[in-house]
Every structure is written in structure tokens, then in C-alpha cells.
Write a protein that binds this ligand. Structure first.
Ligand code: XUL
Ligand code: CO
Length: 444
């Protein structure tokens, strides 16, 4: 072990006596909320890429963050640099007390000169990660493969016009999936960063869709072949880096999976900032996934309403997250999923402990939102209002419509005979919004 990177003591749970050092204001992993511990509801995960692999650069300027294992160190001895990065990462997990982490293959280990060498590097670093996981009790929420950074993927991975690129991506995913399995990862994520187009002038939409479906079915087959029991997740994002990505939003992926007979193999990893990029709210995307039984996991972050980019800021809105967590509780919880902080510091946040503060604030925000969401469930107003709104479907007309023997003509005849003249019923939106605020403002 090298010198500690952060050099800060552990952040104490909110329930502990106040003392020196940082303490969560709300997050207390052992606090029982509804049917389980706070940690078991939220399953927070630190993501490797934003926190340890990015230098803090942007399109106009170079890196600003103090990450000694990047740059010259990585060029001189990539494996030694990967080890220093791993040390710092596990130090942060331990400081925060977060139970999970997530990585891309290339976050954990450098690419080699060949696919075989890249796989060997990944396996070596995975062994080191395993040792640290055993020491600290930190677990792997998910692994994934970076199929978007290298120039070979500029025209897509699975959807590339060149089948050799498809095969290269297959090799990378096999290695990443197998390492995820070896590390007892609870999920494996596919984010189609370059699976889309920049111009329709050179794009065969039908062919690219079929290639993507082929890739996904091969991944699902391999999952079963190696006995990986984790969940396969697809992460929707409408665009950026490409003009249009096929995994546009939850509904588009759901339709795509259904069309290709893959709906039973995949769930969704919903990211807040991707939801807003697609013109939806984060609440909408999660509610869609819950209502269709395809919610897998969450990438927690936020965008900036003024610029609309994928700014990947740490989440800080209790109001937004309370409704998201309400949907998650309504759906029975996250299962194998968790809340992965797919978020990064601002470029001016140059102190080492900025990373600690960012995660502490985000985890406290989630914790507070969980308390509100549980209070919304306990209160029951939203649920009973919704049930009442659709109650007619339990009655004779609703049941007659749903009966498989119903015909349009029979329903029409009956409607003419009964001549019921339905009147508009209030949606009660403002009253419900007031109910939510009442609970937001009073929950402690
Ligand atoms: C990119 C993004 C990715 C995925 C994993 O916007 O969210 O980091 O989460 O590849
Ligand atoms: Co993400």
C-alpha cells in the first residue's frame, strides 16, 4: 500500500455521536426504513471512471485534477499506475463506507497491444481488486466494457459497418463479463455510446438494429454459458456522443427488446441526466421502467437545466429523488441494482477531498429522499388516489372490455343501449402536488 491519497478518516453515519471529521447528516446505513436497512434500499456505488480515470479536462482545456496515476505515470508504467489508482479508489470506498463500486474494463486495467494482452491486464487487475474487496467487504455492483473511446469504435461497436469491429467488441465484452462474474458482480451493463448515427446519409437503420440485437443475444447466451446469474442491463441515452443513439429512452429499448425476443434477458440502468437529455424527467423514466417490470439499476447524477448537456453533476435535489425513490419502493425495490454515482466534480474542484464532499452530499440527498419516499408510501394518498382513478376497470364495463370475447361491435351496442354519458373527473393534480409537498416539508 502506498501513502494514503485522501488521508481522511471514515465519514461517520448520521446516527453516531457527533465527533471529529466528516459525518453524514442523514445517511445511516443501519437505519431501518420500511422493510429494510437504508444501505440495502440505496446500495450506493462509487464509479471508477469519473472519480479516478478522468483528469478534469473539457473540450477547451486540459486536466485540472490531482490524479498522480494518470498522464506521465500511466505512460511510463501503465500497470503500476493502475495499482496506484486501485489503492486510491478503495481508500475512497472505505472513507465513504459505500458498499459497491462499478467499472469499465479500461478503467481498471490499461489496454495492451493486443486483445489477449488487454484481457491478461484486466485479469491481473481483477485479482488485485478481488483481494481488496475481500479485505474491505466492498462489492461490485456492475462491470462494463468501454466500447466507445477508441477510434475503432467511431462508427459504432455492434452497429459498426465493419464486422471486424463487432468481433473486437465481442472479445472485449467476453473478457469484461467474465471478470465481472469472477468478482461476483451483481449486474453487467451495456451502454451503447456509439450505437447510433451521425448522419442518415450513410446509415442503414434496419441493418444496424439487427446487428445490435445480434450482439445483445450473443451476450445473453454467454451469460448463461458461464453461469453468471447477475442482471444484464442496458442504459438508455438519446444522443451524445452521436446525433442519435438507438437506446434512446426506456420505452424505445423496451420496444426494441420485445421486437427481438430479448425482453426477458435485459433490464434497464436509468440515468438521471440521460432521462432529461431525452426530453423526459428522471421520474418518468423510472416510472416507465417500474410499471413495465424492467427497472434494473440507477446511474445517479443531474444535468444543468440551463445548458441541457450531460454535465453529470452529483445529485442534490431531494424533491426530484423523492419521487424517483417513491416509484422504486412502489416497485418493490432495486433488486440487484443500486445507485451508482455516474457523476464528476466540476473542473475547478481541485482539492483531493472535493471528491469526498461530493459523494457525502449525494448520499445524504438520497437518504433524505428515501425517508420522504417511505413516508409517501406509508401515507398512501398517492396510491389510493391512483387506485380510485381506475376503479371503473374493476367494474362491469371495464371487465367486459377486457374479456377476450369482447368485440368492438358488442361494446358499441352496449354503450348505445346504456347511454351512460360519462362526465370528466378531476385529475386532482394540484391537490396531489400539495400532498407531496406536505410530506416533503414534514418528514424528519
Ligand atoms: C455515459 C455513461 C456511461 C455509462 C457506462 O454517458 O453514462 O458512463 O454509464 O458506460
Ligand atoms: Co451512466
Amino acid at each position: 500500500m502506498t501513502e494514503p491519497f485522501f488521508g481522511t478518516g471514515p465519514v461517520r453515519p448520521a446516527g453516531d455521536e457527533p465527533g471529529d471529521g466528516l459525518q453524514y447528516q442523514v445517511y445511516d446505513p443501519d437505519l431501518v426504513v420500511g422493510d429494510r436497512r437504508m444501505e440495502d434500499h440505496l446500495r450506493p456505488a462509487v464509479c471508477y471512471w469519473h472519480s479516478f480515470c478522468a483528469p478534469g479536462d473539457d473540450v477547451f482545456g486540459s486536466g485540472t485534477w490531482d490524479r498522480p496515476w494518470l498522464g506521465d505515470a500511466a505512460a511510463a508504467d501503465p500497470m503500476a499506475a493502475a495499482e496506484a489508482k486501485l489503492d486510491a479508489a478503495f481508500e475512497l470506498f472505505t472513507i465513504l463506507g459505500t458498499p459497491f463500486f462499478c467499472f469499465h474494463d479500461l478503467d481498471l486495467a490499461p489496454a495492451g497491444d493486443s486483445l489477449k494482452e488487454s484481457r491478461a491486464n484486466l485479469e491481473t487487475m481483477a485479482d488485485q481488486a478481488r483481494a481488496k474487496m475481500d479485505d474491505t467487504g466492498v462489492r461490485l455492483l456492475w462491470g462494463t466494457a468501454n466500447l466507445f473511446g477508441h477510434p475503432r469504435y467511431a462508427a459504432g461497436a455492434a452497429t459498426n459497418p465493419d464486422p471486424d469491429v463487432f468481433a473486437h467488441a465481442a472479445a472485449q465484452v467476453r473478457a469484461a463479463l467474465e471478470v465481472t462474474h469472477r468478482l461476483d458482480g451483481e449486474n453487467y451493463v451495456l451502454w451503447g455510446g456509439r450505437e447510433g448515427y451521425d448522419t442518415l446519409l450513410n446509415t442503414d437503420l434496419r441493418r444496424e438494429g439487427e446487428q445490435l440485437a445480434r450482439f445483445l443475444s450473443l451476450v445473453a447466451e454467454h451469460k448463461h454459458a458461464i453461469g453468471f446469474t447477475g442482471t444484464l442491463l442496458i442504459e438508455p441515452k438519446p444522443h451524445e456522443p452521436t446525433k442519435h443513439q438507438y437506446d434512446h429512452d426506456a420505452a424505445a429499448i423496451h420496444g426494441f427488446l420485445d421486437r427481438h425476443g430479448l425482453a426477458h434477458e435485459f433490464k434497464l440502468n436509468i440515468e438521471a441526466n440521460h432521462a432529461t437529455l431525452s426530453g423526459h424527467s428522471f421520474h418518468h423514466e423510472v416510472a416507465y421502467a417500474v410499471d413495465h417490470g424492467i427497472l434494473g439499476s440507477i446511474d445517479a447524477n443531474r444535468g444543468d437545466p440551463q445548458n441541457g448537456w450531460d454535465t453529470d453533476q452529483f445529485p442534490n435535489s431531494v424533491e426530484e429523488l423523492s419521487l424517483v425513490l417513491y416509484e422504486i419502493l412502489r416497485g418493490g425495490g432495486l433488486g440487484t441494482g443500486g445507485f451508482n454515482f455516474d457523476a464528476h466534480l466540476r473542473r475547478q474542484s481541485v482539492d483531493r477531498d472535493d471528491l469526498v464532499h461530493a459523494h457525502v452530499g449525494a448520499i445524504d440527498t438520497l437518504a433524505r429522499a428515501l425517508l420522504v419516499a417511505q413516508a409517501l408510501v406509508d401515507d398512501g394518498t398517492l396510491a389510493s388516489n391512483r387506485a380510485e382513478r381506475y376503479a371503473g376497470w374493476e367494474g362491469p364495463t371495464g371487465q367486459a372490455i377486457l374479456d377476450p370475447s369482447a368485440t368492438l361491435a358488442a361494446l358499441a351496442d352496449e354503450a348505445e343501449r346504456a347511454d351512460r354519458r360519462p362526465r370528466p373527473v378531476s385529475g386532482r393534480q394540484e391537490r396531489l402536488e400539495n400532498e407531496v409537498n406536505r410530506i416533503l416539508w414534514t418528514t424528519r
